[in-house]
Design a protein. Structure first.
Ligand SMILES: NC(=O)C1=CN([C@@H]2O[C@H](COP(=O)(O)OP(=O)(O)OC[C@H]3O[C@@H](n4cnc5c(N)ncnc54)[C@H](OP(=O)(O)O)[C@@H]3O)[C@@H](O)[C@H]2O)C=CC1
Ligand SMILES: CC(=O)N[C@@H](CCC(=O)OP(=O)(O)O)C(=O)O
Length: 334
């Protein structure tokens, strides 16, 4: 059978730091009055973004910020562009945080560091984890892709995948939220509803995604030095990027059957932003207008997701510095 092909173009901002960091209701309503929030890893890119949003949030008081190398410094000395966050406490080590005075934490630590840290926390604390440690539901899949046995399997079982627009009810009641990866967010926002509604076929999906450099975090690495990145673009982790099983986990849930994708990430000469073009086969009898209409209906009440009008191409500069994700659908082969 000959299927029509279409491409789904989506973009979202990522760090310096960035990722759609809404403050979930699970945290905002943790207590009557303001929730007392600690940000672990506040001296990194995602941590800084959480502080930027949290410091202005009416339902949050930031009671602790942690850093490792930067511990002891004022937050505004580490991120001078956030100098207005004057009420923020200075950065301390995780071991010095008084967790009895904390209702919720945003955990912005490197992968694996997170598991050891979170399993020691008191149970009254609600957690939004930005690392990849609790996203994969199957511990064997985690080990296969991350190379180590999971150190907090019990916590992994209770974690809820925090792609809010697709999982809002579970997010509301979660104690531990696993925030999705950057590429899985960009890929799943358009693909999940279309696969679930059977408007596109769940096979032969190609996801071609491009990321800004801040997605790699603030710590120095040879691969993100200026001379390695400037004036060029490169694919990386081809056929073996750890976000592949995360995307497949979500899309398989949408399809109700095992979905495999071809996914290639690229590193761009951008500090922040992400662009993702996914190629899918449309179900017989559907048109790109049907797909766009379905996405518009799905996200009609979602403030941070914009489904663009026919013909308009999303661009990273349209979402830069914001929480928005934009998308559109185009027919690429009849
Ligand atoms: N960058 C992005 O766009 C996204 C990143 N993520 C994930 O979020 C997490 C944080 O990423 P990102 O902000 O980019 O990372 P960064 O490297 O920018 O920041 C890491 C933070 O963790 C602290 N830290 C590092 N090692 C330790 C340790 N052994 N013990 C305690 N604290 C430590 C660092 O402190 P210090 O600098 O003071 O040493 C810093 O505050 C990662 O798991 C990442 O994969 C998720 C979505 C998007
Ligand atoms: C450019 C770059 O290096 N990107 C990171 C993904 C960053 C991200 O948001 O995902 P995690 O939360 O899973 O780290 C990578 O490819 O590993």
């Amino acid at each position: 059978m000959l299927h029509k092909h279409c491409s789904l173009s989506s973009c979202k901002p990522i760090s310096q730091p960035q990722k759609p960091q809404r403050i979930p209701s699970v945290v905002c309503k943790a207590q009557s009055g303001k929730a007392k929030v600690a940000v672990l890893g506040a001296s990194g890119y995602t941590g800084a973004e959480v502080v930027r949003l949290g410091a202005l949030h009416p339902n949050i008081t930031i009671t602790a910020l942690t850093g490792e190398r930067q511990a002891g410094k004022a937050f505004s000395d580490v991120f001078p562009h956030l100098v207005t966050a004057t009420s923020c406490p200075k950065l301390i080590k995780i071991g010095d945080v008084d967790f009895s005075n904390v209702d919720a934490i945003f955990c912005c630590l490197p992968h694996a560091t997170t598991q050891e840290t979170l399993k020691q926390l008191p149970r009254h604390i609600k957690i939004v984890d930005l690392s990849a440690d609790f996203r994969l539901k199957n511990p064997d899949t985690y080990t296969e892709w991350y190379g180590n046995a999971h150190a907090a399997v019990e916590l992994q079982k209770e974690a809820v995948y925090g792609l809010t627009e697709l999982n809002r009810e579970q997010v509301k009641s979660a104690r531990l939220l696993a925030n999705p990866g950057c590429y899985p967010t960009c890929a799943q926002l358009p693909l999940y509803p279309l696969i679930k509604s059977k408007l596109v076929l769940p096979d032969d999906i190609i996801i071609d995604a491009k990321s800004g450099v801040s997605g790699a975090g603030r710590a120095a690495k040879e691969s993100t030095l200026y001379c390695e990145i400037a004036e060029g673009i490169n694919s990386y982790s081809v056929g073996k990027h750890r976000h592949m099983p995360e995307i497949e986990q979500g899309l398989s849930e949408a399809a109700g059957s095992d979905v495999k994708v071809s996914f290639t990430p690229h590193l761009m000469n951008l500090s922040r932003g992400m662009q993702c073009t996914s190629y899918v086969k449309m179900a017989p009898g559907t048109s790109v207008d049907d797909l766009r209409a379905h996405l518009k209906e799905t996200y009609a009440n979602e403030f941070f997701v914009k489904v663009l009008d026919k013909g308009i191409v999303p661009h990273t500069r349209h979402v830069r510095g914001s929480n928005f994700a934009m998308m559109n659908v185009f027919e690429v082969r009849a």
